[in-house]
Design a protein around this ligand. Structure first.
Ligand code: ATP
Ligand code: ZN
Length: 302
């Protein structure tokens, strides 16, 4: 299936097609990667970095990285944590490492119950049947809470299990909650908060490749930072500077530029590491600022 491994190239596993695919490749493209996808669509060849993408099912990503078939992988914590607990239960101590939490693929693994079922807290699950595709994560949750319940492990369509009489409650992924609503289920308890993480193999990576891992991490940090960052420019009376500096969200020392012909006025330029909302602009204006301009930041390197 896979082409002979080139020891000088990094292999990064990403989801082949699903909710994580576009965000994963988008992140890498923002990090400067240009890649071409081969005919089989399984491998993305990095044209300007010694890094190839392997497109696989997200469930296979933890194994590929733990077994060092891939150096790196992008996978949801929900999948990773389920695997980790399964490995431990089977006597394998996992050795991969999480390099970075990433800002996408956010969802939560939650307990949901039929609308009409009474709920007085997790104790209401005592003795109940709970359908899930995450038996290990759910099992740990129930143990931690001291609840004894039957875990009904399914491979999909968990949300219809109560209606089919196969379970009293479910434990499934939720992001907006619309699927639950459509199935007349009510979310009552969060079991795990999830987002995508970048993981790396437990095996030592060749020094040449390590350099690229470091570079990639630096770029990922830059990409994550600019998402929220804004470049803000404004004019203000010198006397208003202290007030204005207090209002600029998450900025380092701003650049203060004199304005030709206006000795008591300056231009202020600053990078704000948080989103700049209308409220902030209105407060800045009230503090004496004018000619306000907010620009997106394209790239950033600390
Ligand atoms: P594959 O064929 O790769 O196994 P899949 O059906 O398991 O695909 P997707 O539905 O594409 O997976 O979800 C992949 C991941 O996206 C999930 O494991 C989770 O980390 C994340 N995710 C984010 N929001 C949601 C959501 N609302 N429902 C399910 N998964 C979500
Ligand atoms: Zn999957």
């Amino acid at each position: 299936m896979m082409s002979a491994a080139d020891p000088n190239r990094l292999k990064l596993a990403v989801q082949k097609s699903g909710r994580l695919t576009d965000h994963s490749t988008d992140l890498l493209v923002r990090c400067g990667l240009k890649f071409s996808r081969g005919k089989d669509q399984l491998v993305g060849f990095g044209e300007n970095m010694p890094l190839d993408l392997l497109f696989v099912r997200d469930d296979d990503i933890p194994d590929l990285v733990e077994e060092d078939v891939c150096d790196l992988g992008l996978v949801g914590l929900n999948v990773l944590e389920e695997k980790r607990l399964e490995w431990i239960a089977r006597g394998h101590e996992p050795k991969f490492t999480i390099l970075r939490p990433l800002d996408f693929g956010r969802c939560r693994l939650s307990i949901a119950i039929p609308e009409e079922m009474a709920w007085t807290g997790v104790a209401s699950l005592q003795g109940k049947r709970i359908a899930t595709t995450y038996p290990y994560v759910l099992g740990r949750f129930l143990r931690d809470k001291g609840i004894e319940a039957d875990i009904v492990t399914l491979s999909g369509a968990v949300e219809i299990a109560p209606r089919l009489g196969r379970a009293d409650a479910i434990c499934d992924l939720v992001s907006t909650g619309s699927t639950l609503l459509a199935n007349r289920l009510r979310e009552v308890e969060t079991v795990l908060e999830s987002q995508v993480v970048l993981i790396r193999t437990p095996v030592a990576i060749d020094p040449i490749k390590t350099e690229w891992v470091e570079r990639l991490l630096m770029r990922i940090d830059g990409v994550q930072q600019v998402r929220e960052s804004k470049y803000i420019m404004l004019h203000a009376p010198r006397s208003a500077l202290p007030a204005i500096r207090r209002l600029l969200p998450g900025s380092e020392s701003p650049t203060i530029i004199p304005l030709e012909g206006h000795p008591d006025r300056v231009a202020v330029h600053a990078v704000c590491r948080e989103n700049v909302f209308w409220e902030t602009l209105e407060s800045l204006k009230a503090a004496g600022a004018s000619a306000l301009l907010v620009l997106p930041v394209e790239k950033m390197l600390a």
